[in-house]
Write a protein that binds this ligand. Structure first.
Ligand code: PMP
Length: 384
């Protein structure tokens, strides 16, 4: 009843309900609520006010290939990539999407010309579970899911390269090469809180999202950096036909949030380190990973990918990888389905089978709120 009153007064929802030590802990989705704590501390720097008469037009910049892209978002996207050094932006078109999920679909559309047979869409297993699901849900005649890139034999294809990879955090490169094959690089996790920034990526199509960079998944804003003008035009066409553009309100909010991130590095003084997103994120993720490794060791029945590290050009020091998901293997002989084993202990995860891999593996989100994460680690420690 209190909750309903709050909604009636215009208060927003908070997403998942609060947890208690007896709760079912849902770490199936990569819901990035961990970052709420950071953004509670940034005050007006990440706030926007939109008067009733603003953002009413469909159009943002009619001279741009992506005519519904807010120029302020374009500016902040380029500025942040220049600051972090994770992707090249000069000579690229910036396209905005309703999450990078919409841009992924736009890329499939743009890269699959009408032909006798649908274009094959592949990715190395274990691959992000949405790739097959999103590729095939409308049963397009233009493209279709063709599974693990490692066992693909044709030479016309779209290869999805996710690096660091969802679900296992691996740093990846395209495994296929041919004249008529193309790659789409999904760099959702190529940010300093998750991995060392070792090079300025300069692939033909690169996808990013605020969902994983800043944690604003509910804002539903992603962007693509696209080299080729015709591909950029076709991707824009897809979004025009699909949703006639992308919420300007969300774009303005995303722009303000990205601006707060860059400002904290470029403008803030000493003593303001707590306002630096990537410092916060890296510290938090490193803490969580060390808790998890201890829990897996204490339990004795789980294994995790080995920790790797590299020199980070952004922070100018060695950094270990802290993936946004744990790719957890249950080593107990009698457990063939790790997800149902954990479900029996009220921990919800996503089965390896959904990523084209062994069901002894599960993917566990590392980005939930502290209370849920702490209960998860405690429960894991006690499993034998
Ligand atoms: N790519 C990868 C690899 C992801 O993990 C996710 C989110 N789980 C997305 C894309 C989609 O993100 P968005 O919220 O921007 O649609």
């Amino acid at each position: 009843a209190t909750q309903e009153k709050a909604w009636a007064a215009g208060a927003p929802s908070t997403g998942k309900p609060a947890v208690t030590p007896e709760s079912v802990i849902n770490l199936d989705h990569g819901d990035p609520t961990m970052f709420e704590e950071f953004w509670r501390g940034t005050g007006a720097a990440a706030e926007i006010v939109i008067p009733g008469w603003q953002t009413m037009s469909y159009f943002s910049d009619v001279g741009n290939v992506c005519w519904f892209l807010e120029p302020g978002l374009d500016h902040e996207v380029r500025r942040l990539h220049r600051l972090v050094g994770n992707a090249a932006v000069d000579g690229y078109h910036v396209l905005v999407g309703t999450g990078s999920t919409q841009l992924f679909m736009a890329a499939l559309y743009a890269l699959s010309p009408p032909a006798a047979a649908p274009m094959s869409v592949v990715s190395t297993a274990p691959y992000y579970s949405s790739y097959p699901a999103v590729t095939d849900f409308l049963q397009s005649g233009l493209f279709r899911w063709a599974g693990d890139a490692g066992s693909f034999t044709g030479d016309t294809y779209i290869e999805l390269v996710c690096s660091p990879n969802n679900p296992d955090g691996a740093i990846r490169e395209a495994v296929l090469s041919s004249e008529s094959g193309v790659a789409v690089h999904d760099l959702a996790y190529y940010w300093p809180q998750y991995t060392a920034i070792t090079r300025r990526a300069d692939h033909d199509i690169m996808l990013f999202t605020v969902s994983k960079s800043t944690g604003h998944a509910g804002t539903r804003i992603g962007w693509a950096l696209v080299k080729d003008r015709d591909v950029a035009k076709k991707m824009t066409k897809f979004i025009e036909l699909n949703t006639i553009g992308v919420s300007k309100d969300s774009q303005l909010r995303a722009a303000k949030v990205l601006r707060a991130v860059s400002d904290a590095y470029e403008l803030s003084g000493a003593g303001e380190e707590h306002r630096r997103l990537f410092d916060y994120g890296r510290r938090k993720m490193a803490e969580r990973w060390s808790m998890l490794r201890e829990a897996a060791a204490a339990s004795g029945i789980f294994s995790l990918p080995d920790e790797t590290s590299g020199y980070c050009n952004f922070t100018e020091d060695m950094a270990s990888t802290n993936p946004a998901f744990a790719w957890l293997r249950c080593d107990r002989e009698d457990v063939e389905d790790c997800a149902s084993f954990l479900r029996g202990h009220k921990i919800l995860t996503r089965s390896g089978s959904q990523f084209g891999a062994d069901p002894r593996y599960v993917r566990v989100s590392m980005l939930d709120r502290d209370d849920a994460y702490d209960i998860f680690v405690k429960r894991l420690t006690s499993l034998k």
